[in-house]
Design a binder for this molecule. Structure first.
Ligand code: PXL
Length: 286
């Protein structure tokens, strides 16, 4: 019997720009996890830097694919949702999660970055994302998405540890046991990914070096590796550190080569790092 974990990844497939399924498939596969893509939309490129995008909405496909998986008695160890193309897809993700009892529910509430919403997300879709968050075990918003979910303004200045803990606790109060917020600038000068395990009342931070460029898809890579780590038995701080270490390495590689940011990180050069089974321990308590 295979012990391999199987994940349904409900996310978009963008042809150019190294984000969403294009980066989740290779990273989680290298970790030894079977990723089954459930595309929410097909896009010619991601929506950030290539002008007018061709987008084919896959809303009708998702419930039909789910029906097929149920009738074929296919099960999943995890249902992981990301970029959604319509409000109806929120209901489809909930149906997917409800259909596989015991599956870990991971919601990456992809909605925006650097204080701005992605152009395909409107108020209603952002509001419905809250329903998915409420049903999740683990959520992985960046600071922009965490602010949207909490109905708060995007913080323009660094946050105190107390303010960050408050955001983590308020998000956990919406339902998920585990909350991770990425790209947080702390008042003590550190740039961190921060996490909260509400069952053990434990707060974590994983600092990383800030690079003065932003690459699309790094949040997707982070969420995929974090999910993979948890499925393979990592604790929260170890999985956060594994995901942070890989993103930092991929970003520094890409920055070092001077590649165009809109193309995302140079993943192909970096994947071998994920074969390593060692644990990553550069986390601290928040
Ligand atoms: O990486 C997040 C993301 C996912 N999917 C699409 C995007 C983006 C960010 O720009 O445009 C289509």
């Amino acid at each position: 019997m295979s012990e391999q974990k199987r994940v349904a990844a409900i996310h978009d497939l963008s042809g150019v720009g190294r984000c969403s399924l294009s980066v989740i498939l290779p990273t989680m596969s290298v970790m030894g996890i079977q990723v089954c893509p459930v595309p929410t939309a097909l896009l010619s490129t991601h929506t950030n830097g290539y002008g007018d995008v061709v987008l084919k909405d896959m809303t009708d496909y998702i419930p039909d694919a789910l029906k097929h998986y149920i009738s074929a008695e296919i099960s999943f160890d995890c249902v992981y949702s990301g970029f959604l193309a319509s409000k109806a897809q929120v209901s489809h993700c909930l149906e997917f999660m409800d259909s596989f009892s015991g599956a870990l529910r991971v919601v990456d509430p992809v909605m925006g970055d650097a204080g701005k919403r992605y152009r395909t997300y409107d108020d209603e879709l952002c509001a419905r994302m809250g329903e998915l968050v409420a049903a999740a075990d683990i959520i992985t918003p960046n600071l922009t998405e965490a602010s949207i979910l909490l109905g708060q303004a995007y913080p323009v200045s660094p946050l105190t540890v107390g303010e960050v803990k408050q955001m983590l606790v308020k998000l956990a109060a919406k339902g998920p046991k585990t909350v991770v917020i990425t790209s947080v600038i702390l008042a003590d000068g550190e740039i961190c990914n921060v996490g909260y395990d509400s069952e053990h009342n434990a707060f974590w931070r994983v600092p990383y070096e800030m690079i003065p460029k932003s690459y699309p898809g790094t949040g997707d890579i982070f969420a995929g590796i974090l999910t993979g780590g948890i499925l393979l038995g990592d604790s929260l701080p170890i999985a956060m550190t594994r995901a942070t270490a890989f993103c930092e390495y991929a970003i520094k590689t890409t920055f070092g080569y001077g590649a165009a940011p809109r193309e995302g990180v140079m993943l192909e050069k970096c994947l071998p790092m994920l074969v390593e089974q060692r644990t990553f321990t550069e986390y601290r308590q928040l």
